[in-house]
Design a protein around this ligand. Structure first.
Ligand SMILES: Cc1cc2nc3c(=O)[nH]c(=O)nc-3n(C[C@H](O)[C@H](O)[C@H](O)COP(=O)(O)O)c2cc1C
Length: 187
C-alpha cells in the first residue's frame, strides 16, 4: 500500500469519519476533524464491549491479535458507497491496529476511496497500525495519517486531549488537513 498526497476537493456529504475510542482521546480528534471538514461522524461500537478493566482488555486484545479474531461490530454504516473520503481513527493498542478497526476494514469495501488514518497513543507512536490500514485497503488511496499523544490508561491517565491540549491538537489537525489537501466545499 502506498501513501500519496493529492489535492482533492470533496463535498462534505461524501466524507465519513469513523473512529474507535475507549477513553475519548481519539474521539476528541474525530470531533476536530468533523468540525473542520464536516461529513458524517460515526463511533464504532462492538456487539460485545471490551472489559472496563485495562489489563483484562490488554490480555483480550493480545489474544485477538494472535488468532486474527475480528470482533463483530454493532455499528452499521448505511450505504458506504456514498462516501469518497473515509477518515479512520483509532488508538494504538499493543503497538498494532485495534481488532475492531480490522473488523471495519474487512467488512466494508473501501476500494477507490481516499482513506485517511488518524491516531492517539500513550507516547509510543502508531506502531504497525497505519501500515495495517494500508494492507487492509490495497485498492484505496491512503493519505498521510495524523498521530498525537493521548492518555496513558495504564497509569490512570484518561482523557488528555482537553483544554489547552485540545487547542494544540486542533491547530495540529488543521495544519495536517492543509498538508494533505483534503479541501472541502459545502454545496
Ligand atoms: C488495550 C490497550 C492497549 C494499548 N497499547 C498501547 C501501545 O501499545 N502503545 C501506546 O502508545 N499506547 C497504548 N495504549 C494507550 C492508548 O493508545 C492511548 O491511551 C490512547 O490515547 C487512547 O485513545 P482513546 O482515548 O481514544 O481510547 C493502549 C491502550 C489500551 C486500552
Amino acid at each position: 500500500g502506498s501513501i500519496t498526497t493529492v489535492a482533492d476537493t470533496v463535498s462534505s456529504d461524501k466524507i465519513l469519519i469513523v473512529y474507535l475510542s475507549r477513553t475519548n482521546n481519539t474521539r476528541a480528534l474525530a470531533e476536530m476533524i468533523h468540525k473542520q471538514v464536516g461529513g458524517k461522524l460515526v463511533a464504532l461500537e462492538l456487539e460485545n464491549p471490551y472489559p472496563k478493566n485495562y489489563q483484562a482488555t490488554v490480555q483480550q486484545v493480545a489474544g485477538e491479535n494472535e488468532t486474527g479474531y475480528l470482533p463483530p461490530l454493532k455499528t452499521k454504516i448505511d450505504r458506504i458507497q456514498q462516501y469518497d473520503v473515509v477518515f479512520v481513527g483509532f488508538p494504538t493498542w499493543g503497538m498494532q491496529l485495534p481488532p475492531p478497526i480490522k473488523s471495519f476494514l474487512r467488512q466494508y469495501d473501501l476500494r477507490g476511496k481516499t482513506v485517511v488514518p488518524f491516531n492517539s497513543n500513550a507516547g509510543y507512536g502508531v506502531g504497525s497500525s497505519f501500515r495495517t490500514v494500508a494492507e487492509l485497503c490495497p485498492n484505496s488511496n491512503m493519505l498521510e495519517g495524523f498521530t498525537t499523544r493521548g492518555g496513558v490508561e495504564r497509569d490512570g491517565q484518561y482523557l488528555v486531549i482537553k483544554d489547552e491540549k485540545a487547542d494544540e491538537a486542533a491547530a495540529a489537525v488543521a495544519k495536517w488537513l492543509q498538508k494533505i489537501k483534503v479541501l472541502t466545499h459545502t454545496h
